[in-house]
Ligand binder design. Structure first.
Ligand SMILES: Cc1cc2ncn([C@H]3O[C@H](COP(=O)(O)O)[C@@H](O)[C@H]3O)c2cc1C
Ligand SMILES: O=C(O)c1cccnc1
Length: 342
């Protein structure tokens, strides 16, 4: 894997100086200004471009779904992959709205899916239940990170100037909660939410499953691949790899919800410099999301009370990111417009 370089100081300075020349009171475009400067520092371009965005939706199954931790059955993962392929899911709609290059990558759906255009990179046919054994082997953990890395390189080669990663995997809020608890040593009860909308009984079960899996496997917080292998998910590892690829190509990453942001934390633990390349798109309803955002020191752009995943919240937030870049490129300066700057 390639290295992630530090942010580009010169482009940051140029963009920052330019923002202060634009025809508006100093600082009046608030966080859009900070975002514009961050995008310049990420890309190394004082006038960054983020269109077209690329969206990669990574799909995989979770053995832990059999423990009754989701409101929906495992089969929905494969069914939704077919739905993505036919353009009918939320992420297809929002992806079309923002002109994204969208691909679905199957890194471990348990069954064969009849779905045109899906990139098939199955590492294994779903994880094992973390309650009984490791979710995957260490080699498989490495392989799914690599699969994500290669997928992101492919969509960047196609022309993507910003990356959104999304996921589909029934049971993956359980895996994400376990990974987050393992990586941060936070108390699972604070992190485990209702995912697709589980009832009180399943919610208690979900918390118990996470705690039991952590005490069974004792994942090593200082070894991100150990955490991924023991309690993770194939699509979560793949998203981490995709984020690392984007960062290594100086392509900004717009984060979606809870699961994506846990993948981002995994990426940052594998390569701390990647953290600077992340922009938080939205705040999900899942309680662990607010916590993982605070660990990454990211403030989301919007809070629309979403709890879907797929990359949907990031896609909806994307026009704000584009607005920041258009502000830099298209606004007049005081000098060019002949407006008094005092
Ligand atoms: C129809 C449908 C479409 C989805 N799209 C994303 N998710 C979301 O829900 C799942 C995580 O929730 P849990 O851990 O409770 O299973 C993931 O697949 C996530 O992407 C969906 C879930 C369903 C049912
Ligand atoms: O925050 C998310 O991404 C999320 C929350 C609930 C279910 N699926 C995804």
């Amino acid at each position: 894997m390639e290295d992630v370089q530090p942010l580009h100081a010169e482009a940051r300075e140029q963009a920052s100086a330019h923002v202060d020349q634009l025809t508006k009171p100093l600082g009046s475009l608030g966080r859009l200004e900070k975002l514009a400067v961050q995008l310049a520092a990420i890309t190394g371009e004082p006038f960054p471009v983020v269109t077209p965005p690329g969206i990669l939706v990574f799909a995989a199954d979770h053995g832990v779904a059999a423990e009754g931790v989701s409101a929906y059955p495992q089969e929905v993962t494969a069914q939704m992959v077919a739905n993505f392929a036919h353009g009918g899911a939320a992420i297809n709609v929002f992806g079309r709205q923002i002109g994204a290059l969208l691909h679905v990558v199957d890194v471990g759906v348990a069954v064969d899916v009849e779905a045109p255009g899906v990139w098939t990179k199955k590492v294994r046919l779903g994880t094992a239940s973390m309650l009984r054994e490791w979710a995957m082997s260490r080699e498989e953990a490495e392989a799914c990170v690599q699969a994500g890395f290669a997928s992101a390189e492919a969509v960047i080669a196609e022309g993507a100037r910003l990356l959104i990663v999304g996921e589909m995997g029934i049971g993956n809020t359980t895996a994400s909660s376990a990974m987050l608890a393992a990586l941060t040593k936070a108390e699972p009860d604070q992190l485990v939410g209702r995912g697709t909308g589980v009832c009180d009984e399943k919610w208690e079960k979900k918390k118990a499953v996470v705690k039991e899996a952590l005490s069974l496997h004792q994942p090593d917080a200082s070894d991100p691949l150990d955490v991924l292998a023991k309690v993770g998910g194939l699509e979560i590892g793949a998203m981490a790899g995709a984020i690392l690829a984007a960062a290594s190509h100086r392509v900004p990453v717009l984060l979606d919800g809870f699961i994506t942001t846990v993948a981002a934390l995994l990426a940052v633990r594998l390569c701390p410099a990647a953290g600077d390349y992340l922009v938080a798109g939205h705040r999900s309803q899942e309680p662990g999301h607010t916590f993982v955002l605070s660990v990454l020191e990211k403030e989301p752009l919007v809070d629309l009370e979403l709890r879907l995943g797929e990359g949907s919240g990031a896609a909806v937030a994307f026009p704000i990111v584009e607005a920041a870049t258009r502000m830099l490129r298209e606004m007049a300066t005081f000098a060019s417009a002949g407006v008094s700057n005092q």
